[in-house]
Design a protein around this ligand. Sequence first.
Ligand code: DC
Length: 227
Amino acid sequence: MANEEKIITIDGPAGAGKSTMARGLANHLRWTYLDTGAMYRAVALAAEKAGKDVSDEPGLTEVLTELDLRVKPGLSTTRIFLGELEVTAEIREPRISGLASAVSAQAIVRRAMVDLQRKIGETGRVVAEGRDMGTVVFPGAGVKFFLEASPQERARRRYEELLGDGVKVSLEQVTNDMIARDQADSTRALSPLRPAEDAIIIDSTGLGVEEVKNRMVHLIHQKWETP
Ligand code: DC
């Protein structure tokens, strides 16, 4: 099997359960979990620190030139550093979500991140989570999933996750932010969020974590064990 075939991709909108499933599958297979949203979040944080507007292309070019982004994917986390500084927790803050969505629409940013993601995926045995993993970054991946859930359920999950992290937000705020971000991510010109033609689409509305994970594990084994 070529190395790219030894990649599982999970794409889908915010709050669909991609991270939980990607971690679960990486643990199950003893593979590496790659969170590519964290990479766009890190670029957004770097732009913010440099005082650059996220839609200013020349400004972002400068940010990318100076960027010392270190991505350390593991079994259940992708740790992110800007230089020596670990920003794994800081990039999860809600203000960074909108900024990350905006920087991710810029061609120059996507090009840099896609190159880095492919480099990380070179050796295979990676579960890669994002918006364009199956369509653009790893088109030859062995198994591609597209995870969906109703907007209400996705907003509730994201809200509970933020509460768990000690972030003070209202459900209404989370819902509005999420809808705006999904709209931007799905309608942008470059690599918009959409399922790959050969992706398996799973709607996790009303399903528990174990149920979705077991379904995915079953589909993976079925695909790889059927000649
Ligand atoms: O998955 P996330 O919420 O951490 O992603 C943050 C933003 O990054 C999201 O709004 C869209 C963008 N993104 C992207 O464009 N391509 C990816 N592969 C991953 C994330």
